[in-house]
Design a protein around this ligand. Sequence first.
Ligand SMILES: [Mg+2]
Length: 194
Amino acid sequence: MRAGAVFFDLDDTLIDTRHQLLPAALQRVADATGIARERLDATGKRIEEVLRNVGGLSAAQREAAKAAWYAPLVPELEPLPGAREVLDELSGRLLLVLVTRGHPARQRRKIAQCGLGPCFDEIVIRPFEASGSKRDDFARVMGAHGLTPKLCAVVGDDERDELAHGRDLGCLVLKVPDVALADVPERLREAGIL
Ligand SMILES: [Mg+2]
């Protein structure tokens, strides 16, 4: 049994979704639906959020937008600076868990294309449609491994998702890029987790 665990988010924590994938995804939705790209909400994660400012869409347009947004076509992705290094450093010492929320086929493809999958002891892909939240995933993994929150950290970028859940449970919470990935091991040592 490992002494502690680190839960990593994927998108914009270990890979640069915003710059490497978002522009093409927005363009695919625009091309598939005929909606001007400027009308799409680039801050949205789910297609419903991307389309929130666009009224009067037909069912066919909505379907086309959904298929385009979640297309499992993902180019080869370069992990964010420090991602591979931090995972290599922690590997074998702490339980490493990737917890990502999204469209499963697309998330699986992203994991394959960035090459980081083998770095993890466990990978949890939570579908957007599923009930519950990442909090449930954190709690389940901790329970399965007999870990208390004080021995666990959450590394992510989303204050409304993994960071809020981690904080709520009492885990150490490290927000990227405020905390550089390269500094994660030191923060874990300070907290007595590593
Ligand atoms: Mg994220």
